[in-house]
Design a protein around this ligand. Sequence first.
Ligand code: SF4
Length: 383
Amino acid sequence: MPAVFIKTFGCQANKSDSERLLGDYLARGFFETQNWREADEIVLNTCSVRQSAEDRVRGFLINLDKYVKETGKKKPKVILTGCMLHFNENELRTLLPEIDEILPISEVGFNQVAIRKDKKNALVPISTGCNSFCTYCIVPFSRGRERSRPLEEIVSEVHSLAREGYKSVTLLGQNVNSFGLEKSGIALRKLYMDKDNFNPSVIPSNQSQYQKPQDTPPFVTLLKKISDIPEIEKITFFTSNPWDFWDELIDEISTNKKIDRFIHLPVQSGSNDILKRMNRGYTRESYLSVINKIRAKVPDVIFGTDIIVGFPGETDKDFNDTLELVKEVGFKVAFVARYSPRPGTASFRLYPDDISAKVKKERWEILDKIANKDNLSNRPLIP
Ligand code: SF4
């Protein structure tokens, strides 16, 4: 029986994809090994959010190559999937000559049975891809446009999970708030943000991804249907975005005690100039307005966030605006990252990476200390 080793880099979405990849392998007669030296096939489910994540893939393949040369063993087949697929095939084969096959993440499919190791909380993908085109982000190119799973299919999967004994589920998507709207909603962010067609002068400074639906937003309907499953006691979701966080969703959280009180709401910067250059579609003021609305209706809410420091053009004032916002919100956890230019993104082409590594590090240290002062050892596992 052939053996497969799956190495997952990056976020919960990748972890969930790997669970379904493993399901596919087991269905094809493989067994899983935890030791890559024994594997007949190695799948690298990659992350491209930062250069360091790509460097780790490169490092893994260098080790593999060295091991094969030293032992004379047959080289396992290496399959590359995940976010590094934003590179085209030629680029990938030059960058990582050891790979044998490239597997687009869309081919993993939502329907494949997931093999879950976590027996308490189940990761359940509800959508993949993204239409938001934040200028620094590779996801719209690596995962493609937003695609939601049919609501009934998700609910049916959670019913099965409940029968297996799960009491807790985490719903995953790049922008869970806009679940289902790519089919029925009115898109406000047109594809002028497309990779080869980017024009920063037309970026609206404060715009949701979708027009507010007249009926209940599909994500709220999904939350209600999952909450109706008696065995399910806790529902968490990642990632919410500050846009499309409509009042109906806040109302549902406030009245539905099964929904986790921890809400991860990436802000990325507290400066309106930087937010605009990032194409985040909200302002500092509208972000704080969402936070305050949630807090008013969900008094026990706990917020987490993501922040990038050292984005091109970030002045001391911009950074101070971020510090002030962080103090004002009082996040429980903040994932602070130093800006890393990613080839293929709009910011890579438009803005010189003009903040020195030294300044990025200083800002990172200041912010991390302030944002995570109470919570250095107890962060939830989210990207
Ligand atoms: S919302 Fe922005 S940061 Fe998040 S996945 Fe989409 S493009 Fe990337």
